[in-house]
Design a protein around this ligand. Structure first.
Ligand code: SAH
Length: 513
């Protein structure tokens, strides 16, 4: 039997890209992942789909009995010969009871490895713009368990020493005892004017920072109903935040934007929004699948050298066309006699990924733009291959046909409705926590209306800014009762992201500071 092993992996402080490469490697080979409340669930996507995923988290502390059960679980799975990843928020050995889990594994004679992670203090400090040490202020930092909910790690806090320590102090699990702990520091000699920052969900798009002093932070936290999980940073370095904050000053920080694109396409757009600080909520309303029959596309590919033009109107069309070319044992060289038109820069970029440069990109990135670009050329008698989605509009075959071209438009992929919407996304809409919804094609709007019901969709989107990629999608929005607030002049994702930024900036954001 294969020997079992347990990897205690630090998931980092929240932002899923702040995990180590070694941690990702371990997840990739896991048979079982046992994860905590604080470990970002997106990280589970690194594990193989077949890996068993066990949630072992609990909000705010854990009883010994539960901790023993977790240790037993790790021991049991490893004894079965499994590769187990114990995924813990931050660093596994900083206030995470990881040490106890190692002891249990050691006692059982099982192999383990510890993969460190960025602990909350380091992550939250960095993303709040607070250097934990700074030559002008302090040269030491102390990590302290502020004790929340019976974790039992605070019994030995030397308040006398902490009160006289001029260095930075970072309390974990300290929100419920905030008033008491801040009071103790003052009672033991620390100036009540010492700056303090509370950082909640540090490094994530939900990060909240509240600043004050030892004297008033507890009152402020109460006023703002400030909740865990948060670290409390105490020390003069906190004052640097005013000039050094960089993460939560991004233009769309704190804004929540729903993306309705297909799941495998949402990432690029989510990245554009994240750069601006917004949180993307994925709610795919379309699913791309293979056509029922490849015969029409295969027949066209069989005589590919006879075509004068290949017209591609989406990155999906590019991907499906080249996938099929590959399945038939061909590659980009099959296009050597044929010129290629891409509807816009995104499609051209996808083409470039397959080693093909677009010969023609219209000025206006939509079907009508393609027709207008061809109208300037003489395509009478030309043979045009237009691999398309099943419900694509007839503009291109019709217009190019009128110009005397012979157009074949086989279906290269189908756009279908997914079985259901992600419940988390619907929940966000229901609790009115969405600032903006984005539609990047007519089918994204039509499917959302079909899945939610038209009236319910209109009702749920009241007060939510509606962003549409271009006039065709906007028209579909209006036909289904939605008012379009945002439509970029250029029909691309970067332009859409810019237009969303400009619109949302006009309607200011909430802030705790
Ligand atoms: N092993 C973890 C700490 C676990 S104790 C680590 O190294 O970070 C749990 C406490 O960590 C929480 O109560 C909170 O104080 C802190 N914490 C974890 N993630 C946090 C985050 N993203 N932002 C702020 N505090 C966080």
């Amino acid at each position: 039997m294969q020997k079992g092993i347990v990897y205690l992996v630090g998931a980092g402080p929240g932002d899923p890209s702040l995990m180590t490469l070694r941690g990702v490697e371990c997840l990739r080979r896991a048979d079982v992942v046992v994860y905590d409340y604080l470990a970002n669930e997106q990280l589970l996507n690194h594990a193989p789909p077949a890996a068993e995923r066990i949630y072992a988290g609990k909000v705010g502390g854990r009883h010994n009995q539960e901790q023993e059960e977790i240790s037993d679980l790790l021991v049991g799975k490893a004894r079965e010969g499994k590769t187990v990843v114990r995924l813990k928020g931050g660093d596994p050995l900083v206030f995470g009871r990881g040490g106890e889990e190692c002891q249990a594994l050691k006692e059982a004679g099982l192999a383990f490895e510890v993969v460190p992670g960025i602990t909350a203090a380091i992550g939250a400090g960095a993303y709040a713009g607070i250097p934990l040490t700074h030559r002008d202020f302090t040269t030491s930092v102390t990590l302290i368990s502020g004790h929340e909910g019976g974790d039992g790690e605070d019994g030995s806090i030397d308040w006398e020493r902490l009160g006289h320590d001029s260095g930075t102090l970072v309390f974990y699990m300290g929100i419920s005892n905030l008033r008491q702990n801040m009071g103790r520091l003052v009672n033991h000699g620390r100036s009540p004017r010492t700056p303090v920052a509370l950082v909640r969900w540090g490094t994530t798009m939900d990060q909240q920072v509240l600043t004050g002093t030892l004297a008033d932070i507890a009152d402020l936290a109460e006023q703002h109903n400030f909740k865990p999980p948060a670290v409390t940073i105490v020390g003069e370095v906190v004052s640097l935040r005013e000039t050094l904050r960089w993460f939560d000053t991004r233009p769309l920080f704190g804004r929540r934007i729903l993306i309705t694109r297909a799941a495998d396409q949402a990432g690029e757009f989510a990245g554009l929004l994240a750069e601006r600080g917004a949180k993307a909520i994925e709610c795919p309303t379309i699913l791309m699948v293979e056509p029922e029959s490849w015969a029409p596309l295969d027949a066209a590919i069989a005589k590919i050298s006879e075509y004068d033009w290949l017209v591609l109107t989406s990155a999906n069309a590019v991907r499906y066309f080249f996938k099929r070319l590959d399945a038939l044992g061909l590659d980009a060289r099959a296009l050597s006699d044929c010129r290629v038109c891409a509807v816009g820069p995104g499609t051209a970029e996808a083409l470039h990924g397959f080693g093909v440069r677009a010969d023609l990109i219209p000025d206006s990135y939509k079907a009508e733009g393609v027709a207008a670009a061809f109208a300037k050329l003489d395509i009478k008698g030309d043979r045009v291959l237009f691999p398309r989605a099943d419900h694509a509009r007839e503009v291109i075959p019709h217009e190019l046909g009128c110009m005397g071209a012979l157009v074949d438009s086989p279906v290269a992929y189908c756009n279908v409705m997914p079985g259901k919407l992600p419940p988390e996304a619907v929940f966000e809409l229901e609790k009115r926590a969405v600032d903006c919804i984005t539609f990047t094609s007519s089918s994204t709007v039509r499917n959302l209306a079909a899945m939610l019901g038209e009236d319910r969709m209109v009702d749920m989107l009241r007060g939510v800014a509606v962003a549409s990629i271009g006039p065709v999608t906007s028209k579909t929005c209006r036909a289904l009762g939605l008012k379009v607030d945002i439509e970029p002049a250029e029909y691309t994702l970067p332009a859409l992201a810019d237009a969303i930024e400009a619109f949302l900036l006009k309607s200011g954001a909430d802030s705790l500071e």
